[in-house]
Write a protein that binds this ligand. Structure first.
Ligand code: BGC
Length: 733
């Protein structure tokens, strides 16, 4: 290959052939049609390694033919896409899937997503996002598993297994590309793309463990992050991409940059020009550049001539990319069977899987007086209130593109279907959809902007909603954020319910009718008022294609909610960041010391989630009270369903090290299991506690340590559990 051909193999282009020029923002580069023409030219020259954002199998075949037949060597392209929570069948958003605390469910969901995407000719997904997110102002919190490294690692590994199957290249599966290495979730102020400053201890103990876990699970690709990590752009961070990722963790796949992140090295004020940017990225360990147009990697031949990089460096990267293509079988089978794709996308088993996922990810936040589940037999009329209740697009959440709205079930659809012939269901939006102050980068994909209904009179609609609720036996109110308000480039300075939704809720509650509140969200919102005045609150997230059916099944008791919060729910944006695994210092219990204007406790704690039954935990027993640092003990606990209904519980194990060579968090999640219990049924669960659970990165020793100390163990159904015992770890022999 010539150097230009090698640089081409290391380049991945967006392809926006299907996008209307009129919808594009010309300030952001060439029009989609021009961009598409330039990409096709690169394909014909044999200077293109991969494409992203093409999802139509016929189009994928056409572009692949161009690549294979047009170029000298006929090296086929890899097709990549953001298959984040489903392809055609949309599953609940990733934060919701994490709230299921159910790795098997997550694995199954991503294998369905992989099957659909692979059927249309996609080889590679830019997922899972394993960035720890501790600041809900950051819109991308919706794409990850929340605040906790232990849960984050388990959820990330399950996704890699689901996407990839047994190995890279397994039939019906994709290459998984965990992202964004590393620290993107710690963007200062929650402002998307801004720099992250992460201490050594936090980096190793919090932000890196999920990445390490997905690499160990065999992820074939990793994506580098946009921002500066401790002053060095992540996309040119040799320590991160080479020493840690490839050295310490022995990652054998290929690294892709985030979109335009190599070009951005100049924007950061890091590289002097695009040539230097290309050299510094490839030298640091980026094998492939993801770019819109004019990739920085087109300058690699020049960089080579100037001695800024070496032929050997390029060859190593080209070899990694070609190896991925070989393993995915793209040389043997570059084209896709369009008829089969149609059948796979229509598979009803996929929709069924999405419904189960939505049921299992909902989190019951409040349920005073056991208002839920509702008894359909005793209802004559139900009011469904809130514009989000009827919006199928919003039910799907962000990062969904290839959905079918006709088969999407909104909350209103689901409740109507469930109560057909039983009760009268009446709907009032109450508020108009709220618009963002600034447009979204996804607006160009068509239906992103919520429609403003013509002639909508806000005051009149609000009053009508309250009137309708007043006449009903029960009001189901849906509030939250419109899906365009969360995701990439969707950070907020507030956690308030957008628009007049709180006012609407207050007006409905004031009627005296029983209210069930459903929250459609991907981050914690300010529910202080609701938590005090609304008896039942169910977090349904953005529940996906089958969301409405799942929500109705939960509301009317066909299934019991069993999800748990994957983040600490702050009372207000001023609490941010707030996590369950903080350390302690001076006067921790005294009110008014942390904030004098607001309790310093969260509204709902990490791991919280109620169910329709009552559970009893027996005392924890340990098989050893004292162990050496290299030994493992077993903690056992019995959980009994003492209520009337079958239900799930997520049994959680937390540890606290009382003293040692660093201050350790008040609690750390170190084990969990989701179980199903019939009424009266008991199960004994066992958790191993050994070096993996006890060790941590000590910033003073700059090493992993297990301290001799006393440890508290808690097991329960939330992080606020009180059932506890202790054990001791001795000094090493
Ligand atoms: C995002 C990535 C995504 C890529 C391709 C970027 O802007 O940060 O997460 O995979 O676009 O869509």
């Amino acid at each position: 290959m010539t150097t230009a051909e090698k640089a081409g193999q290391l380049t991945q282009y967006f392809y926006f052939g299907g996008i209307d020029d009129a919808a594009a923002d010309p300030r952001h580069g060439p029009l989609p049609s021009e961009q598409a023409a330039r990409v096709e030219e690169a394909a014909r020259r044999g200077e293109l390694g991969s494409l992203l954002f093409v999802t139509d199998p016929a189009e994928i075949n056409r572009l692949q033919r161009l690549t294979v037949e047009g170029s000298r060597h006929g090296v086929p392209a890899l097709f990549g896409f953001d298959v984040i929570h489903g392809f055609r069948t949309i599953f609940p958003v990733p934060i919701a899937m994490a709230a299921s605390w159910d790795p098997e469910l997550i694995e199954r969901a991503q294998s369905v997503a992989a099957r659909e995407a692979r059927a249309v000719g996609i080889h590679w997904t830019f997922a899972p996002m394993v960035d720890i997110a501790r600041d809900p102002r950051w819109g991308r919190i919706v794409e990850g598993a929340g605040e906790d490294p232990y849960l984050g690692a388990a959820v990330g590994v399950a996704q890699v297994r689901g996407f990839q199957g047994a190995r890279v290249g397994a039939p019906d599966h994709l290459i998984a590309g965990p992202k964004h290495l590393a620290g993107y979730g710690a963007a200062v102020g929650g402002r998307d793309y801004d720099e992250a400053h992460i201490s050594d201890s936090e980096l190793w103990n919090v932000y890196l463990p999920p990445f390490h876990a997905v690499v160990e699970a065999g992820a074939g690709n990793v994506m580098s992050a946009y921002m500066d990590l401790n002053g060095i752009p992540a996309t040119s961070n040799r320590w991160l991409l080479d020493e840690v990722l490839r050295g310490t963790w022995a990652f054998a796949g290929f690294v892709v940059s985030d979109a335009n992140a190599v070009k951005d090295l100049e924007t950061h004020g890091f590289s002097e020009n695009q040539r230097e940017a290309s050299a510094s990225a490839v030298n640091a360990g980026v094998d492939m550049e993801m770019a819109m147009v004019d990739p920085a990697f087109a300058h690699l031949p020049e960089a080579l001539e100037c001695g800024e990089t070496t032929e050997a460096t390029l060859d190593v990267s080209v070899r990694r990319v070609l190896e991925a293509k070989l393993r995915m079988g793209v040389f043997d089978a570059p084209f896709v069977d369009e008829d089969r794709a149609r059948d796979v996308l229509a598979d009803p088993a996929h929709r069924e899987a999405a419904r189960v996922a939505a049921e299992r990810s909902a989190v019951l936040l409040n349920n005073q007086g056991d208002l839920l589940p509702l008894d359909a037999a005793h209802l004559r009329s139900v009011a469904v209130v809130g514009a989000l209740a009827a919006s199928r697009r919003d039910t799907l959440g962000p990062w969904s593109f290839h959905y079918d709205l006709d088969e999407t079930v909104s909350v209103l659809d689901g409740v109507q279907q469930h109560l057909e012939g039983i009760a009268d269901v009446r709907y009032a939006p109450g508020v108009r959809p709220t618009q963002r102050t600034f447009p979204s980068i996804f607006d160009q994909f068509g239906d992103n902007i919520p429609e403003d209904p013509p002639g909508f009179d806000d005051d009149r609609e609000l009053a009508r909603a309250a009137e309708l609720a007043g006449e009903a036996d029960v009001a189901i109110v849906v509030v939250g954020e419109w899906q365009s308000m969360i995701g990439e480039a969707a950070s907020r300075t507030s956690l308030d319910l957008p628009g007049r939704q709180l006012e609407l809720l207050q007006a409905v509650v004031a009627t005296g009718t029983s209210v069930v509140l459903l929250v459609m969200n991907g981050r914690p919102l300010d529910l202080r008022w609701a938590s005090e005045h609304v008896p039942a609150i169910l977090d349904i997230w953005y529940p996906g294609t089958q969301g409405g059916t799942a929500v109705a099944n939960l509301l009317f008791g066909d299934v019991s909610p069993g999800g748990k919060l994957p983040f600490t729910w702050p009372r207000t944006v001023g609490h941010v960041p707030m996590v369950h695994s903080h350390t302690r210092s001076h006067d921790p219990e005294r009110q008014g010391e942390r904030y004098w204007d607001e309790p310093s406790t969260p509204l709902y704690s990490f791991g919280h989630g109620l169910s329709y039954t009552r559970l009893k935990y027996s005392d924890i027993t340990l098989d050893h009270q004292v162990i050496a640092p290299s030994e493992t003990l077993t903690a056992s606990v019995q959980v009994t369903n003492v209520g009337e209904r079958q239900a799930d519980e997520v049994v959680q194990l937390y540890l606290h090290q009382r003293h040692g060579s660093a201050s350790r968090p008040v609690q750390e999640l170190k084990g969990f299991r989701r179980i199903t219990l019939r009424p009266g049924e008991a199960q004994t669960l066992r958790f191993a506690i050994g070096p993996d659970e006890l060790r941590y990165w000590n910033a003073a020793a700059r090493d992993w340590v297990v301290d001799a100390s006393t440890f508290d163990v808690w097991v329960g159904g939330a992080s606020a559990t009180r059932s506890t015992t202790q054990f001791r770890v001795t000094e090493a022999d």
